[in-house]
Design a protein around this ligand. Sequence first.
Ligand code: S3P
Length: 187
Amino acid sequence: MDVSPPFSLPRTVALVGLMGAGKSAIGKRLAARLDLPFVDADDEIEHAAGCTIDEFFEKYGEADFRAGERRVIARLLDEPPHVLSTGGGAYMDVETRALMRAKALTVWLRADLDVLYDRVRRRTHRPLLRQGDPKEILGRLMTQRYPIYAEADIVVDSTAQPADRTTEQVIDALRAHLHLQSSGTPA
Ligand code: S3P
């Protein structure tokens, strides 16, 4: 079996999308397939802050969290190519979005409300989802964020199918995108 990476990436692949879109699950698999490091921006923020995101929101509030997120992602984007999973709000920040678009290939993992809700409903660590009814909050965030996520270079639907299958779809989409860029004409 050929286990070599399907192609080499000129820049970091940054995954964007709502909570529950599968950014970490797909990101880890994608990194393994491309033989690149996997970096989770939320983990890096927790490491830099010395506390969980939940505690950070509690102590300092969302505005300070966004500022920390901006700094951490800016640093990560200066590192050699890797697969970067970003928190759901990161791409909504004007500065972070501009940096991601300049320095990474951005992939939006688009999921519908039932898929998102099914993946987040048993977990309690996300501060934004504890501010009311989680399904309603996710629906509201979809309305606010999906038009912005749509600015990503690549869009892949994240469905209830196995994560390995979605990962292969991301690889196919990356290949098509890179081919399009290098040839200047559609594949
Ligand atoms: C957030 C998403 C979370 C985390 C924080 C805020 C958001 O990351 O960054 O709780 O604004 O959507 P995940 O999308 O990885 O859950």
